[in-house]
Design a protein around this ligand. Structure first.
Ligand SMILES: *Cc1c(COP(=O)(O)O)cnc(C)c1O
Length: 408
């Protein structure tokens, strides 16, 4: 294989966790779609924050507070630039993708009514389904499902048929965490806009692999999580177009999000503070910026080229095993493979692989409707990052063959 795209040895040296052993074997970490690992550069940023300038932000007159505020706002700029948002205050720090979606769902639950319709794709993560079901219960709006085919492609002809003048919102995964499908979101956004509907894109799985361009996509809302792209847990970003964020009510009330408070009336702060009530995850936001810098220093072109090689290599190796069925065969696919082996429960495979130091995910991947679609309880999922190697895939395939012979 061509290993020249990335200096993989140098990259792996950045990730201390990759040196550890699990159950007596060197760790093979293939659960990157659940959370990615953290490079030393990001760990150092976190240690530096708590060792040298930990303070509450925005309100402090003292030096530490100013330093922390500057670094927090610097990080907002890093992310704005990275996803090419037009305005800095369109970047809202959240605790993650789930939080970002709930902010928007809460806002629209104040705006939508019984006649309105929203469309959710058949391959959404639960976090992009449940908040909208809660909204529909509250408002009486109707939830419609954009179906997919057996290969894991959304059916765009059906999408056009679903759109009408009552459609207010479209919810769509950029990349499916369960199938790996890269959805044609630009086309979906264009079609939705033609019918006057806004679009929220769940970018939790795209940002580890590609750079989404907010202005080029012309997307209304885009949500991401830090922990899936080499950052810490508990931090994420909600991008929203200014006109929407101005219009939507705040999600939480508290400190930081106000302009003036009296017992008669409170006026809200300007964006982005309107949606950042309370003390935010200051350290997490700064570390998220460091993670984006780190990934950019490697280069997303190289990251996706290399991950595509891993995907092809692993797909070919899996296809050569008897009784394997891969779910998700879209032409445009990220480095995520869901599969089953005939007659064997995914959980049993996962358990044996763990004994061999190989971390995979088994279950429904927070996407039960997809499992229902294929009429299965769950799958085994391997998901790759740029620090994985072809040798690790060999070890995984070897472990899988071993598990298969033990279980069948
Ligand atoms: C992980 C994930 C989420 C949820 O992200 P959190 O960080 O847990 O809030 C949502 N959608 C997709 C596609 C995901 O992969």
């Amino acid at each position: 294989m061509d290993h020249s795209v990335l200096d993989i040895k140098k990259i792996r040296a950045d990730f201390p966790i990759l040196n550890r052993r699990v159950n007596g074997h060197p760790l093979v970490y293939l659960d990157n779609a659940a959370t990615s690992q953290t490079p030393q550069q990001v760990i150092d940023t976190i240690v530096d924050y708590y060792s040298t300038y930990n303070a509450n932000i925005h309100r402090g007159v003292h030096s530490l507070s100013q330093e922390a505020t500057n670094r927090y706002e610097e990080s907002r700029k890093i992310i704005q630039k990275h996803i090419n948002a037009e305005k800095l205050h369109e970047i809202i720090f959240t605790s993650g993708t789930t939080h970002g979606i709930n902010i928007i769902a809460n806002g629209f639950s104040e705006i939508l009514g019984a006649k309105d319709e929203i469309i959710v794709s058949a391959m959404e993560h639960h976090s992009n389904i449940v908040p909208w079901q809660m909204l529909c219960e509250k408002t009486g709006s109707t939830l419609r499902v954009l179906p997919m085919d057996v290969e894991g492609n959304l059916m765009l002809d059906d999408f056009e048929a679903l759109l009408n003048t009552n459609t207010k919102l479209v919810l769509i995964d950029h990349i499916s965490n369960a199938l790996g499908t890269i959805n044609p979101i630009k086309r979906i956004i264009d079609l939705a806009h033609t019918h006057g509907a806004a679009v929220l894109v769940d970018g939790a799985q795209s940002c580890p692999h590609i750079i989404p361009d907010m202005q080029d996509l012309d997307v209304d809302f885009y949500v991401i999580s830090g922990h899936k792209m080499c950052g810490p847990t508990g931090i994420g970003v909600l991008y929203g177009k200014e006109k929407w964020l101005d219009q939507l009510p705040p999600y939480q009330g508290g400190g930081e999000m106000i302009s003036e408070v009296t017992f008669e009336k409170t006026t809200y702060a300007e964006l982005p503070h309107k949606f950042e009530a309370g003390t935010p995850n200051v350290c997490g936001a700064i570390a998220f910026g460091a993670a984006v810098d780190y990934m950019n220093s490697i280069g997303f072109d190289k990251i996706s080229a290399y991950e595509n090689q891993l995907l092809e290599y692993a797909t070919n190796a899996l296809d050569a095993i008897d009784g394997i069925r891969i779910y998700g065969r879209a032409a445009a696919k990220a480095a995520v493979i869901s599969f089953n082996i005939e007659g064997i429960h995914p959980y049993d495979i996962g358990t044996i692989l763990d004994k061999l130091g190989i971390a995979v995910r088994t279950g429904h991947h927070c996407a039960q409707p997809i499992m229902d679609f294929y009429n299965i309880p769950g799958t085994i999922r391997v998901s790759f990052a740029f620090y994985n190697t072809f040798e690790e895939i060999d070890r995984f395939i070897e472990g899988l063959k071993k598990a298969k012979s033990m279980l069948s």
